[in-house]
Design a protein around this ligand. Structure first.
Ligand code: NAI
Length: 246
């Protein structure tokens, strides 16, 4: 499905990013695993991919810093010569009620989720424009569509990602580049593990499919958008949320 393609996945060390990297490698892509701090997680993932006969390298970069985001793209292209797929997955949350939210809490989420995605798209697009081919998939969130209590900063960043996805799709389409977003709902990862049980139970009650999703189920949507089956799809937001928002 992705044989011979090269792909960068930001924040690939754990959770949804890890699942995407594993699935891409299984489908035959050469994957670049971006990480910020946790080298041990990424080393384990590199080994898992290599043991299964896949090709992967790891590159350290804090994507909220433009020089590091640029270096990630440059180093990836140096290694694999092309860049076919970029998945902007790295993200954080710093929840607080609006009236208590500090500027630092607001900025840190915007810096990583929104500006980090912008930096990676900007530098990847320069390579993809020359190639006249590329697929960019940005991980947004259902919270960017519907909002959520205590997540004004996160919702703003993820809604921003959707607007940026649509603008980039319009700018880059004439050169064969598609840009789409995936908006997961509640997915079982370290990010949602931290939620109190009462919040988890209340959330499940709002999901028509009656359960949280898995990281692999999000990866399935990303793999589809990265594949040739999605060549005529651009500027779209694919919700992977068990029907929670419709
Ligand atoms: P996670 O916290 O398990 O993984 C996020 C990864 O991003 C970590 O490996 C972290 O080191 C990396 N990262 C954070 N800041 C970075 C930076 N500045 N530079 C490079 N890497 C950085 O989170 P999870 O749950 O796997 O989420 C992945 C993406 O999916 C995020 O963008 C998140 O907002 C989004 N999402 C998650 C949902 C969920 O229910 N888990 C729901 C909707 C969206």
């Amino acid at each position: 499905m992705l044989r011979g393609k090269t792909a960068i996945i930001t924040g690939a060390g754990r959770g949804i990013g890890r699942a995407i990297a594993l699935q891409f490698a299984t489908y035959g892509a050469k994957v670049v695993l971006n990480y910020r701090n946790s080298l041990s997680q990424v080393e384990e993932l590199l080994q898992t991919i290599k043991n299964a006969g896949g090709e992967a390298i790891a590159i350290k970069a804090d994507i909220s810093k433009e020089d590091e985001a640029k270096n990630l793209i440059v180093e990836a292209v140096k290694e694999f010569k092309t860049l076919d797929i970029l998945v902007n997955n790295a993200g954080i949350n710093r929840d607080n009620l609006l009236i208590r939210m500090s500027e630092e809490e607001f900025n840190s989420v915007i810096d990583i989720n929104l500006k980090g995605t912008f930096f990676c798209m900007k530098h990847a697009a320069q390579v993809m424009l020359k190639q006249r081919f590329g697929k960019i998939i940005n991980i947004s969130s259902i919270v960017g569509i519907a909002g959520n209590m205590g997540q004004a900063n996160y919702a703003a960043s993820k809604a921003g990602v959707i607007g940026m996805t649509k603008s980039a799709a319009r700018e880059l389409s004439s050169r064969g580049i598609t840009v789409n977003a995936v908006a997961p709902g509640f997915i079982e990862t370290d990010m949602t593990d931290a939620l109190p049980d009462r919040i988890k139970e209340a959330s499940i009650a709002t999901i028509p499919l009656g359960r949280f999703g898995s990281a692999e189920e999000v990866a399935g949507a990303v793999s589809f958008l990265a594949s040739e089956s999605a060549n005529y799809i651009t500027g779209q937001v694919l919700q992977v949320d068990g029907g929670m928002v419709m």
